[in-house]
Design a protein around this ligand. Structure first.
Ligand SMILES: *Cc1c(COP(=O)(O)O)cnc(C)c1O
Length: 351
């Protein structure tokens, strides 16, 4: 028999097929910049495959620490920030212990709460998907929360929490606060400098979105030394493989090469938002990320229409608080042109 409740868990399913335009998973619309790819290839040819990776992952942690203004003891790594988040739920949650997060947000939070046997305390966002900090703090207080998770900017709504609000929550919370900054590079504001000031602040980052490396599974966390020491205890030995360490190191060292890509994505996001707003009746939510959330009567049908012409988007048509919403990752200029005209065609009656 499996542990009770686990068989009811949903599978994190994505429809894998040869999409012509894949804008359903918030990945980068381009592979690594050529200079980075070249360096990666060079370094991979020196990897000693017969040896285990460095157990302390010293080089990459030092590199990230240096680049973020922290010490190696403030940095830990995961197979994607997903693994870090799961470990944090495990560290702070458990039977009878509450974890507070907003909804709608990253669907995995509820699943990590479940598998860590924690009590999930979902706090609804406002109607425009902004966050009311008093509601978060009140829920944390009422449930004696052991952890608060803030997704900033938020997936799938695209909305951002101003840094002053994040700081206020961190300052007033009686428990640790994780800020999941998976899309931070498209927003520009980060809670990272506050880690020095607030021992209860934990910042999670990923290589999967702005750094175009979803394929290597790498994420990192910056926090107080005690938190990092605990994460280290609950991580498997050698949990990050050498290939990932090598590629992530190169990407982090050469992260400036991604700035034009990030800027291009922001420009394209605004171009698409303006087009959809002026050319259709679809509601476009303001976004601080690399995707747009749209609300339209018949969203499920629109998603099907786009799929029928080879375009994969993420449909939330029937999800609570996201009724009639679809999420579209920003693609390349040519891809976005095609997506925009397809949406306009559908609005004019194409099926
Ligand atoms: C994509 C994403 C992540 C993590 O992705 P990894 O690939 O596991 O690093 C974490 N949080 C949010 C909100 C995301 O959208």
């Amino acid at each position: 028999m499996f542990r009770p409740g686990l068989d009811k868990l949903p599978v994190y399913g994505v429809e894998e097929q040869d999409w012509r335009i894949k804008v359903d998973a918030n990945e980068s619309n381009r592979n690594l910049p050529p200079l980075v790819a070249e360096r990666v290839e060079g370094r991979l040819s020196y990897v000693a495959f017969n040896r285990y990776p460095d157990i302390a992952m010293t080089e990459l942690r030092e590199e990230i620490g240096r680049g973020s203004g922290y010490d190696i003891d403030n940095v830990w790594l995961g197979n994607g920030s997903s693994e870090i988040l799961e470990k944090l739920f495990f560290l702070y949650g458990g039977v009878g212990r509450s974890i507070v997060f907003s909804v709608p947000s990253f669907s995995m939070y509820a699943i990590y709460a479940k598998i860590s046997e924690s009590t999930a305390v979902p706090v609804p966002l406002e109607a425009d998907y902004t966050l009311d900090k008093e509601k978060i703090l009140r829920a944390a207080e009422e449930h004696d929360a052991k952890l608060i998770v803030l997704c900033n900017p938020n997936n799938p709504t695209g909305t951002a929490i101003p840094l002053t609000v994040v700081e206020d929550i961190v300052r007033r919370a009686k428990c640790p606060v994780v800020v999941d900054e998976a899309y931070m590079e498209f927003y520009g504001e980060t809670a990272l400098p506050l880690v020095a000031q607030y021992p209860n602040l934990i910042v999670a980052r990923t290589f999967s979105k702005a750094y175009g490396a979803a394929g290597i599974r790498a994420g990192y966390v910056i926090a107080n030394e005690e938190v990092i020491a605990m994460l280290r205890k609950v991580s498997m030995p050698y949990h990050i493989n050498k290939l990932t360490l090598t590629v992530a190191e190169t990407i982090f060292q050469m992260r400036d090469e991604f700035i034009p890509y990030i800027q291009q994505t922001i420009i394209e996001r605004e171009r698409m938002a303006a087009f959809i707003e002026t050319e259709t009746d679809i509601t476009v939510y303001p976004s601080s990320t690399n995707f747009l959330l749209l609300k339209v009567e018949g969203a499920g049908e629109l998603a099907k229409y786009l799929a029928s012409i080879g375009i994969a988007v993420r449909s939330f048509a029937n999800a609570p608080m996201l009724e009639n919403c679809i999420r579209i990752t920003i693609g390349t200029t040519a891809e976005n042109d095609e997506i925009m005209s397809a949406i306009k065609r559908w609005c004019k009656g194409a099926k």
